[in-house]
Design a protein around this ligand. Structure first.
Ligand SMILES: Cc1ncc(COP(=O)(O)O)c(C=O)c1O
Length: 477
């Protein structure tokens, strides 16, 4: 065995013994030396390390006494079976002897990093190239002043500036009625909904959500041990009549349903609010990407129709800025506010105050509004080109009408089409899109494609769409 024993630097004989002892012991514990390996003879190691033989012998004696080595007279010194001595080699220990609850058996996250070699039309990501990096850098750096460290403490009011700016932004651009005190700043929509679960969802409580729906929130509800019920989605959005009567929480994406893109019709909004009142349920409205609007009339949130105090409005900066900022918020009815605030404190205190401070200034100085305006222009152009590209497939794929967001969806007229096979074929042609069936859980899948337009340059959209058309026609041939 070629042993690495770091003996550099000054050292008396005791230090040398200790180093030899450590090096060998660590090698055994790490599993680099395993039971039955022969270690160098004391004479050889002493020569190699240029130390007295007695130094090596002392180290070996100690290792033998502790059960790491065993001397076999006439044969040499070997690594002992340390598992018998109660010491487990680290490699085995790293594997671990303990297991999480079955609930936490990993579920693969269906997100693949953007692939720049393909025309990547996967959904859910804004274009990072549009992010106003210079402004952001300046604002973050302004947060990192010594004087601000006063606020960098537990239970500070550091989030308040952002609450004020979010309330102003919501009032102006979403007609969500709220005061700064009504806003709870979170690490994205995901944490917002996690807090809602903590406060409202008891184990086995019935939770209803759209099916097809948003996988990350579905998984979140599962980990809170909710009894999930998928509710179908049609051309008017969530089918309110199909809600299970015992649902205590209904999670919806009314402005731009994930993943079909359909907007919840006014009739259904009224029906959903009435249903919630009659069943004493709470509605979680996830308004994740409706800052990008393509229709003349505004996309009004459910929250602003709620006369009963049952809607929790959830928003995020993941689409208008970047998912990695982990910045979002919720606006609950006041009856839930103290519990939600405490749930947030218990799990993450104030969150990241540097990002929150920078974001507050970003909103206050008007950069957010300007960025959304500019990005909407860019995305609208890309979206129009994607929709143009789909017109050639009008007899096989029906575009789902939508008015907001960063993706569109289209359903196959023939409900027997294998949309996953189409997606595979598209990938062979260099285009990545998503199959609607992949977002279904229980409801029978209505096949279709979800097509993100945020991450692709306008001038490459026509080529991408022409390849996609070929893939679709070939698959259906
Ligand atoms: C339906 C839906 N809600 C919320 C989000 C954003 O979540 P977060 O704010 O946690 O990044 C996404 C992102 O893909 C989404 O699709």
């Amino acid at each position: 065995v070629d042993l690495h024993v770091p003996l550099e630097g000054p050292g008396d004989p005791d230090t040398r013994v200790a180093r030899i002892y450590q090096a060998l012991r660590q090698a055994v514990v790490d599993g680099r030396l395993t039971a039955g390996d022969r270690v160098p003879a004391t004479r050889d190691l002493a020569r190699q390390l240029e130390v007295a033989r007695g130094t090596v012998t002392t180290a070996y004696d100690r290792l033998t006494a502790e059960g790491f080595l065993e001397a076999r007279p006439g044969s040499g010194t070997y690594v002992a079976d340390v598992s018998l001595s109660g010491v487990t080699p680290a490699r085995q220990a790293r594997r671990g002897a303990v297991r999480p609850l079955p609930l936490w058996d990993p579920v693969p996250v269906p997100i693949t990093p953007r692939d720049r070699r393909l025309h990547d039309l996967s959904i859910g990501l804004p274009d990072p190239d549009l992010f106003p990096l210079e402004v952001w850098r300046r604002l973050v750096s302004a947060q990192l002043r010594r004087s601000r460290l006063e606020e960098a403490t537990y239970g500070g009011r550091g989030s308040f500036r952002l609450q004020r700016e979010v309330a102003r932004f919501l009032g102006l651009s979403r007609s969500v009625v709220c005061a700064p005190e009504d806003v709870v700043v979170t690490a994205g929509a995901q944490q917002a909904i996690d807090l809602v679960c903590r406060v409202l969802v008891a184990p086995r409580a019935a939770v209803a959500m759209e099916d097809p729906g948003y996988f990350a929130v579905r998984r979140l509800f599962e980990t809170h041990r909710a009894t999930l019920c998928g509710v179908p989605v049609d051309d008017e959005g969530l089918v309110v009549d199909a809600l299970p009567p015992d649902a205590q929480v209904v999670y919806v994406t009314p402005s731009h349903q994930f993943p079909t893109g359909v907007q919840l019709s006014m009739r259904r909004r009224v029906a959903l609010l009435r249903w919630a009142r009659e069943h004493d349920a709470v509605i979680v409205e996830d308004d994740y990407d409706s800052e990008y609007r393509y229709a003349r009339q505004p996309v009004e949130p459910l929250q602003s129709l709620d006369r009963d105090g049952r809607v929790i409005y959830v928003g995020t900066f993941s689409k208008s800025l970047l998912p990695a900022l982990r910045a979002g918020f919720l606006v609950p009815p006041r009856s839930l506010l103290p519990a939600l605030r405490e749930a947030k404190q218990v799990t993450s205190w104030e969150g990241d105050l540097t990002t929150q401070g920078a974001l507050a200034e970003f909103l206050a100085e008007g950069h957010h509004a300007a960025h959304v305006r500019r990005a909407t222009r860019v995305y609208r152009a890309r979206r129009d080109l994607v929709l143009d590209g789909l017109t050639g497939l009008g007899d096989v794929l029906r575009v789902v009408p939508s008015v907001a967001g960063l993706h569109v969806a289209a359903r196959f007229v023939d409900e027997d089409v294998d949309d996953r096979a189409v997606v595979r074929r598209a990938a062979q042609r260099g285009v990545r899109v998503e199959a609607l069936s992949d977002h279904h859980r229980n409801q029978p899948a209505r096949p279709g494609l979800a097509i993100g337009f945020a991450g692709i340059e306008a001038d490459t959209v026509p080529d991408a769409m022409s390849r996609l058309r070929t893939a679709v026609t070939d698959s259906l041939a």
